[in-house]
Design a protein around this ligand. Structure first.
Ligand SMILES: Nc1ncnc2c1ncn2[C@@H]1O[C@H](COP(=O)(O)OP(=O)(O)O)[C@@H](O)[C@H]1O
Ligand SMILES: [Mg+2]
Length: 80
């Protein structure tokens, strides 16, 4: 879950496009673009505005050094 991004500005066209896709019945929407363009912020802002009771955010590691190897993860869990 997450909170509304502070100081959100603009993106009226993108939000209108998301609304259109949702109204057309889209079950999954991909927002593509270079890093830092505002994809995550747009998605968070849009989902927050939809009145859902619960929104789950699944963050995925994009850099190999941020991925925890499966064996390491298991060992760490066993230690706790
Ligand atoms: N519409 C917006 N209004 C204000 N700040 C924004 C907006 N979109 C992005 N930002 C800011 O720009 C930075 C990058 O946005 P982010 O959503 O993380 O980009 P991306 O997911 O495309 O890499 C963040 O610090 C974010 O707060
Ligand atoms: Mg992002």
């Amino acid at each position: 879950m997450f909170t509304e991004p502070p100081n959100f500005v603009g993106r009226a066209e993108a939000i209108a496009h998301l609304n259109t896709l949702a109204q057309q019945g889209a079950k999954a929407i991909v927002i593509q673009g270079e890093g830092g363009l505002g994809k995550t912020t747009l998605a968070q802002h849009y989902l927050q505005s939809q009145g859902f009771e619960i929104v789950l955010e699944l963050l995925m590691a994009k850099e190999i050094q941020n991925v925890t190897p499966r064996r390491t993860g298991r060992r760490r869990m066993a230690q706790t």
